[in-house]
Design a protein around this ligand. Structure first.
Ligand code: TTP
Ligand code: MG
Length: 358
């Protein structure tokens, strides 16, 4: 069973400013370009929840945000604090938050300055996963004095939408059996990938909410949107098998295989290694890389002792035959007395390429 979490900080830039400047606490705060009393150009980066009550939101022209703040003041509402962003500061806070998550969920993919997906499948229970999320929220609150919202679901898509469901300071759990119904009443824009243009196309065809999109057959969606139509067909049904790709995995591409039975049979091991090399080369191209320079072979023995050997080539390459040849050279010593004096059986072999280039 997969259990995926998605964390999204609440009013991130504004919350940091509010925390760091106690005198502005409780006031509407807008982070963005200088409004220059209404003549400023540029846009709003974010607004805290008080400012959102005035109708101010991300990506709005800063001049319009200024007008809305003036309008509110005329109605005797509190004045709005306008601030320019301090990106270096926000990046620092972001890093420390990601560390808090990483400690409890090492398999993590940061997707923006204030968002990350992380894998909690290892808990094998939504109850346990929710407990971990509670701990993450608590630690972020204690250490960084900030709140976040977390969604838990069977995949990245549901987790992301769930994190947005009860903002701010929410924790929303959507189990696999409920995922499809959870999505049905949502406006179609909630599905990542449906932007303003696609929204208009579908609205013109009478589809406002996710449930309405289910009228369209797979073939029709492909007709309208190409390959993305196929993905959309799955997504609106709550299905998404995209993996969490951690940073280490981005920098290298690897495959491994655990043998059905521990073995030292050279012909069998070599054959499996050749196959791993094929999968690695296929993934290299699929992940958008051209060449690799370093080859790493990993061997895990029956007693779980694990060793690796690597070689960095003079020149980058993308050739399967070179990978197979070099991998074979790296692996062979583990089969004979040179690197395996006690002739231990092998449980698993892995092959990885590094120093990737595009
Ligand atoms: P979001 O998570 O989209 O927004 P948020 O954290 O401010 O508010 P919410 O509680 O709804 O999650 O974006 C994170 C930060 O990224 C945000 O604080 C500022 C920045 N940002 C921009 O600079 N421009 C934008 O258009 C958006 C959407 C965000
Ligand atoms: Mg956010």
């Amino acid at each position: 069973m997969r259990i995926i979490g998605h964390l999204d900080m609440d009013a991130f830039f504004a919350a940091i400013e509010e925390r760091d400047n106690p005198r502005w606490r409780g006031f509407p705060i807008v982070i963005g370009a200088d409004p220059q009393k209404g003549s400023g150009r540029g846009v709003v980066s974010t607004a805290n929840y008080k400012a959102r009550e005035y109708g101010i939101h991300s990506a709005m022209p800063i001049s319009q945000a200024w007008e809305l703040s003036q309008l509110a003041e005329m109605q005797s509402k509190p004045p709005t604090i306008f601030l320019e962003p301090n990106m270096a500061r926000y990046a620092e806070v972001s890093q420390s938050i990601m560390e808090i998550v990483r400690e409890r969920a090492p398999q993590i993919q940061q997707t923006s300055v204030d968002e990350a997906h992380f894998d909690l499948s290892f808990t094998d229970s939504y109850k346990k996963a929710a407990k971990i999320c509670g701990q993450i929220k608590k630690e972020i609150k204690e250490k960084e004095k900030l709140t976040c919202s977390i969604g838990l679901g069977p995949n990245k898509l549901i987790a992301k939408i769930a994190s947005d469901f009860q903002k701010p300071n929410g924790l929303t759990i959507v189990e696999e059996k409920d995922a499809e119904t959870f999505l049905e009443p949502m406006p179609i824009r909630k599905i990542p990938g449906i932007g303003p243009k696609t929204e208009i196309i579908f609205k013109n065809l009478g589809a406002q909410i996710v449930k309405d999109l289910k009228k369209f057959s797979e073939a029709r969606l492909v007709d309208m949107l190409g390959k993305w139509g196929l993905e959309l067909y799955e997504k609106i049904r709550g299905r998404d098998d995209s993996p969490i790709i951690s940073e280490e995995e981005i920098k290298s591409i690897g495959e491994q295989e655990t043998f059905v039975k521990d073995t030292l049979a050279a012909n069998h091991i070599f054959e499996r290694l050749q196959n791993l090399a094929k999968s690695v080369i296929e993934r290299l191209a699929k992940d958008g890389f051209k060449n690799f320079r370093t080859i790493v072979v990993i061997v895990r023995f029956a007693d779980f002792e694990t060793k690796s050997r690597s070689r960095t080539l003079e020149k980058p390459t993308s050739h399967l035959s070179i990978l197979q040849f070099e991998a074979l050279k790296l692996l062979t010593p583990f089969l004979d007395k040179r690197s395996n004096p006690r002739q231990k059986l092998i449980r698993l072999i892995g092959l990885r390429v590094e120093k990737l280039s595009t």
